[in-house]
Design a protein around this ligand. Structure first.
Ligand SMILES: [Zn+2]
Length: 157
């Protein structure tokens, strides 16, 4: 039921569905993956220091108004709203990626589009808080925040 198609401009690929997917459905289990030895344009970060490559994930595009989440704990794709056949399946890249190797300018057209997509590291916490994010991203954001605060604290003499 998942299908990889050309984008309208013919320059890229998109992942779509041939059947309706009701909200909250886990519709794809991520099982046929291989570990990524380094982060790439198509790899997905599944915890603090591991990324994977998988055929469908490689074609899942970013949107700031996504209809899918990648749950890296359960290794599954879930619909976060009802999805109609033919719709592009998209997820929010910073929900899995802390720091991306190839940042890009987002053209999703969403009202709250974040603009440059470069990973969770570069997003303010209040923006990140608007989205589903995976555990490792939450943990890394917290660590990053605490580190930044420690830098601001004068060293006692
Ligand atoms: Zn966007």
């Amino acid at each position: 039921m998942l299908q990889v198609q050309q984008t309208a401009d013919g320059k890229g690929k998109r992942l779509t569905t041939t059947m309706p997917i009701p909200r909250d459905t886990a519709f794809h289990l991520i099982r046929q993956y291989r570990p990524a030895t380094e982060k790439t344009y198509t790899s997905v970060q599944i915890d603090i220091d591991h990324s994977i490559e998988e055929f469908y994930l490689a074609h899942l595009n970013h949107s700031c108004e996504p209809n899918v989440i990648i749950d890296t704990t359960k290794l599954e794709l879930r619909a976060i709203r009802d999805i109609a056949p033919g719709e592009d399946l998209t997820f929010f890249y910073p929900s899995t990626e802390w720091q991306m190797t190839q940042p890009f300018q987002c053209l999703c057209g969403a009202t709250d589009c974040i603009g440059t997509v470069s990973g969770a590291r570069d997003l303010p916490l209040n923006v990140l808080g608007e989205y589903f994010i995976n555990q490792h991203i939450g943990a890394m954001a917290m660590e990053h925040l605490l580190g930044a605060q420690q830098l601001k604290t004068p060293i006692a003499v």
